[in-house]
Write a protein that binds this ligand. Structure first.
Ligand SMILES: NC(=O)c1ccc[n+]([C@@H]2O[C@H](COP(=O)([O-])OP(=O)(O)OC[C@H]3O[C@@H](n4cnc5c(N)ncnc54)[C@H](OP(=O)(O)O)[C@@H]3O)[C@@H](O)[C@H]2O)c1
Length: 218
């Protein structure tokens, strides 16, 4: 499979690229900073420089030609303000979905976040509220499209080693944390199972092996 990953130098993306390379899939990481190309190559993926806040859907559709799947793993990240939550977490996700439709790439995995799908709680911090609003809008956009989409909402991300054991289910799943490495493993397993589509899934650490958890929802 050829899989294009938006936010190709993100922490989840680099872990996913390594997993895909190990099993013989071809990942392509889209990065906005040319200095990040070397890390993506080291992870076993191709790298393409593309700023998703500057590119058009037509530009990105060209990059998706011949791909089997798209993963949206970009994010404005900690330290960014409300405007970039909108321009990355919402608008770049919409751009990727638009480009996937234009390029005829049906399979689309969107990394969202637990908390999305509902209005931010009253009294929430302004940037958190903008983040949740952006993630919710990106999800709503993807659900409206004729694509084989999966929306994956991880809980709080950690950089601890993978446990290989998760809880993956339709919302609501009680809040929790999950290692980024386990999120990457779940995405790799979802991409491998074409029966998993048109589902919104929440993900935290749990007691079910990744492969079994993905089989259970497929
Ligand atoms: N933190 C949490 O606890 C948590 C919980 C649930 C879900 N999530 C979501 O999980 C996803 C992945 O998380 P992560 O920790 O792997 O993310 P990350 O390490 O912050 O990576 C995000 C990537 O997006 C890239 N990006 C930002 N703006 C871009 C643009 N205009 N064009 C192209 N790429 C751009 C960043 O590139 P630069 O380095 O160039 O900025 C970065 O490589 C994010 O969507 C995040 O919101 C996070």
């Amino acid at each position: 499979m050829r899989i294009v990953i938006a936010g190709g130098h993100g922490k989840i993306a680099l872990l996913l690229e390594s997993l895909l390379a190990e099993r013989g899939d071809q990942a392509v990481g889209l990065v906005r900073n040319p200095a990040h190309v070397a890390d993506v190559l080291k992870a076993g993926a191709e790298a393409v420089v593309c700023d998703l806040e500057a590119a058009s859907a037509g530009d990105v559709a060209v990059l998706l030609a011949g791909a089997d799947a798209v993963v949206f793993a970009a994010g404005a990240g900690a330290g960014s303000g409300a405007p970039r939550k909108d321009s990355v977490d919402r608008a770049a996700a919409v751009l990727m979905a638009d480009a996937a439709e234009r390029a005829g790439v049906r399979r689309f995995v969107q990394v969202s976040s637990m908390g999305a799908g509902q209005p931010p709680r009253p009294g929430s911090d302004e940037v958190w509220a903008a983040y949740i609003t952006a993630k919710t809008a990106a999800e709503d956009d993807l659900r409206s499209r004729d694509l084989d989409w999966i929306i994956l909402r991880p809980g709080g991300l950690t950089d601890t080693p993978p446990t290989g054991k998760i809880r993956l289910a339709a919302p609501p799943v009680p809040g929790g944390t999950v290692p980024r490495a386990d999120v990457a493993a779940v995405i790799a397993a979802l991409l491998d199972d074409p029966r998993t589509r048109q589902q919104t899934l929440e993900l935290v650490g749990g007691d079910r092996p990744v492969a079994a958890a993905v089989r259970r929802i497929s």
